[in-house]
Design a protein around this ligand. Structure first.
Ligand code: FAD
Length: 448
């Protein structure tokens, strides 16, 4: 199905989504002389970072026919990575001292990230490639090419043929909800963090937050200011866990919930019982490609999207179908940029992929290693500790330098502080020497 790319190939490429991944992809594809159209169902660039107070009518977002609100950003959100390491490599995310409305903090608010992405789009004239308010509803093979069916905001459907499709639709919109025994008869309210914006609706309530990673930790602290009590349930904690957390007088950490009862009580595995008003599920999201029709070749099984060579290319459909941005717990924007360079260079024929069989062998070996390490399928795309190896590998494919020392150290230290000092990590740190190294690097490369 995939056309053989000759070294000067200039293809007609569709990018789905104008978030941080789609913008990076479009920029790199155009740099490699491809013609690009970005389909974006929203009204502006920025994807997830376009904050809206609007939420979905169904607070758990379980109804498949609901009106989808894309962003999961809450009002108080600040970045969970230091800005120097968070930006694209050749367009650093540095404070804009020429504009008083901007947030100069090292861990700025979500508004600053959106402003940065708008700067990026403006700097490289990316908006001219975007078709706003145009949702992709179907992507399917058509001979050696791809047919895209889109729907504009005035309800008009359009079919178009592209040589290649790059999927950048984001993966923080379709909630995963924890299964709690007895929940069907529990009388309280439930909401997923996708639909959390501000703490005020939780005033004077007893709230149970499920999940203690970035959003769970942030949202529980956000709510402590107005709620009577906040109890975090975390499945990664040993069953005896029961701890009052520093920084507020009404926040407790527990092990996972054992069950919910019809009298309104929640019983934790540590034996503690609370009468709760609301459960907030901060339990992550599902990869979701409702528009993709590959006759069953690409599947999403317990959040493992596959088969994908290095999380990007489906072997039998490569290189004309690709995915940017699936791995998580990594330097997102930096990774988007590298993956995009790889896709653009493979499409132009400047870089070649192994044969489909060899790519499939690699995928099979990767799954075998995951299973041998007893990692659940849902962690297939979690990079974490191995992120620098992954990013360096992609960099090598496209002749880009490996991850800088300061960037690798910042992200490791950043995640460590996030886990161990979740109440203070955005305002207290011990790595000023890395900030200095980063800025010396930006100056040396004349990036600032
Ligand atoms: P998105 O930003 O979600 O963009 C996808 C775009 O695709 C959207 O504009 C959407 O409208 C469009 N789209 C979707 N489907 C269609 C369709 N069918 N047709 C047309 N358009 C479509 N990362 C960090 O680096 N630092 C952080 O501090 C950080 N904090 C985060 C906090 C939260 C609460 C969450 C959920 C994530 C956070 N992330 C953070 C990760 C974040 O997801 C990435 O940084 C990044 O913004 C994702 O970009 P994306 O382009 O992949 O997806």
């Amino acid at each position: 199905m995939a056309p053989a790319c000759s070294p000067t190939n200039s293809l007609h490429v569709a990018v789905i989504g104008a978030g941080a991944a789609g913008l990076a992809a479009a920029r790199e594809l155009r740099r490699e002389s491809h013609s690009v159209i970005i389909f974006e169902r929203g009204t502006q660039v920025g994807g997830l970072w376009v904050y809206t107070p609007q939420t979905e009518p169904d607070p758990l977002s379980l109804d498949p026919n609901r009106t989808v609100v894309h962003s999961s950003v809450y009002d108080s959100l600040r970045t969970n990575l230091p800005r120097e390491c968070m930006g694209y490599r050749d367009f650093p995310f540095v404070p804009r001292n020429d504009d008083a409305s901007r947030d100069p903090r090292r861990y700025p608010s979500h508004r600053e990230v959106l402003a940065y992405l708008q700067d990026f789009a403006r700097e490289f004239n990316l908006e001219e490639m975007v078709r706003f308010e145009t949702e992709v509803v179907c992507v399917e093979p058509e001979g050696q090419k791809w047919k895209i069916r889109s729907k504009s905001s005035d309800g008009i459907f359009k079919d178009e043929i592209f040589d290649s499709v790059v999927v950048c639709n984001g993966h923080y919109t379709e909630p995963r909800v924890a299964h709690v025994p007895g929940i069907d008869s529990w009388p309280g309210k439930q909401i997923h963090s996708h639909n959390y914006r501000v703490p005020y609706p939780f005033k004077d309530q007893v709230v149970v937050v499920i999940g203690n990673f970035a959003s769970g930790s942030d949202i529980s602290r956000d709510i402590t200011g107005v709620a009577k009590e906040v109890h975090i349930a975390s499945r990664s904690n040993p069953s005896e866990t029961y701890q009052k957390l520093p920084g507020s007088n009404n926040l407790w950490l527990h092990s996972m919930i054992e069950s919910a009862r019809k009298d309104g009580s929640i019983i934790f595995k540590n034996g503690k019982v609370v009468q709760a008003n609301t459960i907030v599920h901060c339990t992550g999201y599902k990869y979701h490609f409702p528009f993709l029709n590959t006759n069953g070749y690409i599947t999403v099984d317990d959040n493992c999207v596959g088969p994908l060579y290095k999380h990007v290319f489906p072997p039998a459909l490569a290189p004309t179908l690709s995915f940017i941005g699936l791995p998580w717990m990594t330097l997102q924007f930096f990774m988007f940029e590298l993956q995009s360079k790889w896709v653009a260079a493979v499409l132009s024929g400047r870089v070649t992929l192994p044969s489909s069989d060899r790519m499939m062998e690699d995928v099979t070996a990767f799954y075998a290693k995951r299973d041998a390490n007893k990692l659940p399928k849902r962690y297939t795309h979690k990079l974490g500790e191995c992120q620098v190896d992954y990013l360096d590998w992609i960099a090598e494919q496209v002749g880009a330098p490996p991850v800088e020392h300061w960037r690798a150290e910042e992200v490791h230290g950043g995640y460590r502080r996030l886990a161990t000092q979740s109440d203070t990590f955005r305002d207290k740190w011990d790595d000023d020497h890395l900030i200095l190294e980063a800025y010396e690097d930006f100056l040396r490369q004349k990036l600032i």
